[in-house]
Ligand binder design. Structure first.
Ligand SMILES: C[S@@+](CC[C@H](N)C(=O)[O-])C[C@H]1O[C@@H](n2cnc3c(N)ncnc32)[C@H](O)[C@@H]1O
Length: 290
């Protein structure tokens, strides 16, 4: 659940402040829209998530919990929806785990969870979470494009806003997950709902006016003074996801578009009650390895 704000306004001042520390550290000077290859994206996002790890955890750690599986800012919990099915005795891979609260929930639900993330800074919080809770899931630093595990060694895979928005090719990650899963295993992941791309990243009224085309896949890039990327996020349409899943050997079983819950007042970056009541903020793909 990235809470990046492309165009800070009065309504996003808190969000902009939240990123000030990381932006200062990385020398972020502006925004560009341009093509970005895998190497540049991985380097930028590794640096970004390392720099932002402490602030991300300070801002969202309480909402996400220490041993809880929250799929999205709308607060959908795996405990309630069981999108991964019965995980008892199953070996479950988490991709882009952040502080690994989801993996600890999976472990306490009887799974043998393995948590992976690109960022050592995020994994430091995962290790602290392990120590705090006594639920010690294995933590592996790895890019989702190259996952260091044996083929056919997992019974399920999941990702809550981890990795997929930050890699140039869905096909590469889907191929890795397909390789690792045994046939018939679920692969469930949440991402920002693609329709949000057309609006400014603003939780207030300014986030209700279309600002860019849905069909423009040019990545959102933050750059330093030399034009080097300091943060990269990729957009795919719903059709892009569906085609990449089919081509990657996954059957799409459901696409959840969680509604904003009554009484839920928490704003998370661009996710807010105002926008959540009007259009979806999250897409959760429930798929199965064919
Ligand atoms: C928005 S956070 C989500 C973390 C956690 N799932 C949560 O719900 O808070 C995105 C995570 O994806 C990780 N990430 C970004 N690019 C990645 C990549 N290429 N491979 C693996 N993880 C990546 C980041 O380090 C970060 O921990």
């Amino acid at each position: 659940m990235s809470d990046h704000s492309a165009a800070p306004t009065a309504d996003t001042a808190d969000t902009a402040d939240r990123h000030a520390q990381a932006e200062l550290q990385l020398g972020t000077a502006g925004v560009a829209h341009r093509a970005v290859g895998g190497g540049e994206a991985a380097a930028a996002n590794l640096a970004w998530w390392d720099a932002d790890a402490d602030d991300y955890q300070a801002t969202h750690g309480e909402f996400l919990g220490d041993t809880d599986f929250v799929w999205c800012p709308e607060g959908v919990r795996e405990e309630d929806v069981r999108l991964l099915g019965d995980v008892r005795g199953r070996r479950v891979l988490e991709v882009g785990c952040g502080q690994a609260a989801c993996s600890r929930w999976l472990s306490s639900a009887g799974a043998e969870a393995v948590a992976t993330d690109l960022s050592g800074g995020m994994l430091r919080h995962a290790r602290e979470g392990n120590e705090r809770t006594g639920v010690a899931v294995p933590l592996v630093q790895a890019n989702a494009e190259y996952l260091p595990f044996a083929s056919g060694s997992f019974d399920a895979a999941c990702s809550a806003f981890g990795a997929l928005p930050f890699v140039p090719s869905l096909a590469t990650v889907f191929a890795e997950v397909h390789r690792l899963l045994r046939p018939g295993s679920p692969w469930v992941f949440s991402v920002t709902h693609p329709m949000r791309w057309i609006f400014p990243d603003d939780p207030g009224p300014l986030g209700l006016t279309v600002a860019q085309p849905y069909f423009d896949r040019t990545p959102y890039v933050e750059v330093d003074d030399d034009g080097e990327a300091t943060y990269v996020e990729y957009h795919r349409t719903l059709g892009d996801y569906v085609r990449a899943l089919a081509a990657g050997g996954f059957a799409l079983e459901d696409l959840l578009e969680p509604e904003w819950p009554e009484g839920h007042t928490r704003t998370w970056g661009q996710w807010s009650p105002l926008r959540g009541k009007l259009f979806p903020g999250t897409a959760i793909f429930r798929t199965r390895r064919s």
